[in-house]
Ligand binder design. Structure first.
Ligand SMILES: CC(=O)N[C@H]1[C@@H](OP(=O)(O)OP(=O)(O)OC[C@H]2O[C@@H](n3ccc(=O)[nH]c3=O)[C@H](O)[C@@H]2O)O[C@H](CO)[C@@H](O)[C@@H]1O
Length: 354
């Protein structure tokens, strides 16, 4: 049996595309192993899939000077030696890396052991972990056509992002039931990335009275962000993080309000859901979500509000506009061939496996 070692973590966007590949990998006769950190979101997500999980130390990589860089470098080198010993034990035929800080030491260790490495980049501009792994990889998969400007052309392939198959099997009525919603007004699903979003949580909660006049709101608010005071408000349902419920909530939603993390964007596109994107600002990130969102806007898939311009009136106007023009958005998304990357990524894996 061939063995594949997967890695990626920190946030769920670096994990769920790996999970989406599990059924096809199994069908193609691969035994799957995973390396993540002890405390990252990846541990819980992967262990519930019954995949053997190994943890290593990971240090945060920064593009700027910080005294913590010194301790983090020692964690990264410890992570590298831990990855070497895990690889020595498993002897994988191939390594697949979805990025995030934990992934770089795994890629370097695989390179040292001459195991072919595939990297997957979801955003328009490569994250730092992927950037420093690129020279050690055999192949790179990416999902936005624009990304090729940042990658070595000879070993990169436009594949899209693998989307979990169960997301296509949601039941609208069951989704409504999970939220105790009725059929009177449209349903808005708020999803702030895998960790939730304080900015989205604040604007939604401060405009709830107005929003509930026209919409029902299902709010995925992130771990630790549940507001007990709003628990029994009619037409408003909160979840901290959802797994099995997500397909049904997507199915029930008429409009989605989201951050612009590449994985969620791709799921929204695959499911053809009219949406409003509020990308993470440049102050809080390298600006990748702004580029992701602008690309979706350019294709006519999304309505975008910049964080600096966000206020209650703008949000409510945007909801009304997108709801009225929902058929146009669905039509634009139906024309896209960027939807599900499972098959293309599997082809790259099969081409490179030893
Ligand atoms: C703050 C930050 O660093 N964000 C980055 C992170 O996003 P982050 O990982 O937060 O968000 P993404 O949108 O990329 O992915 C989230 C994933 O989690 C899933 N999900 C989310 C909530 C939930 O309750 N249940 C659930 O299953 C979504 O369906 C999706 O599959 O990685 C992305 C992909 O490289 C980048 O584009 C983002 O800029």
């Amino acid at each position: 049996m061939r063995k594949i070692l997967m890695t990626g973590g920190g946030t769920a966007g670096h994990v769920t595309p790996n999970i989406a590949l599990f059924p096809s990998l199994r069908k193609n006769g691969f035994e799957i192993f995973y390396i993540g950190t002890e405390s990252g979101i990846e541990k819980k997500l992967i262990e519930q899939e019954n995949i053997p999980y190994f943890s290593i130390k990971a240090g945060k990589l920064r593009r700027y000077f910080d005294i913590k860089n010194i301790t983090d470098i020692s964690k990264i080198s410890k992570g590298y030696f831990q990855a070497l010993s895990i690889i020595h034990k498993i002897k994988p035929n191939i390594v697949f890396s979805k990025g995030g800080f934990v992934s770089s030491p795994v890629v370097w260790a695989a390179w040292t052991k001459r195991i072919p490495v595939i990297i997957h980049e979801s955003d328009i501009t490569p994250g730092l972990a992927n950037k420093i792994s690129i020279p050690f990889s055999k192949s790179i998969c990416y999902s936005f056509p624009e990304t090729i400007n940042y990658l070595p052309k000879d070993k990169s392939k436009l594949t899209g992002i693998p989307v979990r198959q169960n997301l296509f099997q949601g039941n609208k009525n069951f989704g409504k039931k999970l939220c105790s919603f009725d059929s009177k007004s449209p349903i808005v699903l708020i999803i702030g990335g895998s960790l939730g979003s304080q900015v989205l949580n604040n604007i939604i909660r401060s405009s709830l009275q107005d929003l509930l006049k026209n919409f029902q709101i299902c709010h995925i608010c992130g771990k630790g962000n549940f507001d007990l005071n709003l628990k029994n408000l009619k037409g408003y349902k909160q979840f901290e993080y959802v797994s099995d419920e997500l397909p049904h909530l997507f199915a029930a939603a008429d409009i989605i309000i989201s951050r612009a993390g590449a994985t969620t964007l791709n799921e929204i596109l695959a499911l053809k859901k009219p949406n409003i994107l509020i990308p993470l600002s440049k102050q809080a990130s390298r600006g990748d979500q702004i580029l992701n969102a602008e690309s979706y806007k350019k294709h006519g898939f999304s309505f975008v509000i910049r964080e600096e311009e966000l206020n209650v009136e703008k949000l409510i106007d945007a909801l009304k506009t997108v709801y009225n023009e929902r058929n146009i958005y669905v039509k634009n998304m139906s024309k896209s061939n960027m939807a599900n990357g499972i098959e293309e990524v599997m082809n790259v894996i099969l081409e490179n496996v030893k």
